[in-house]
Ligand binder design. Sequence first.
Ligand SMILES: [Zn+2]
Length: 117
Amino acid sequence: MAEHSSGPWEQTGTIIWSPSSKAVVCNLSEPYPDGYLVKHQELRLGSQGWDEAMANGSLVITAPALLALVEAVEWVHLAWGGMMCAWCKGIYPNHAPDCRRQRALARVRGEGNEVQA
Ligand SMILES: [Zn+2]
């Protein structure tokens, strides 16, 4: 799987993009049903989904910073000298099988993701 665009990401209108890599991350759109399919149309100012889509865009641009935060916070030192995962309480070097940090990072890395075309 390819690396994602480097952060920080910015939002200009309906476009989320990475200034450092000059790549578009996504273009906010509005989904609509078309039979059994879901199609997308350009997000237009004042349309029904505008406010929610723009709020979603604000969340998307924080992704690189949130990823860096999750990557940075893993083990905390314990009084007896050991270390424990801050998320699942697993004792170093083992995470619990359902550690949400490890699951989230695996999804970012594309491990176990199913992409719908
Ligand atoms: Zn863990």
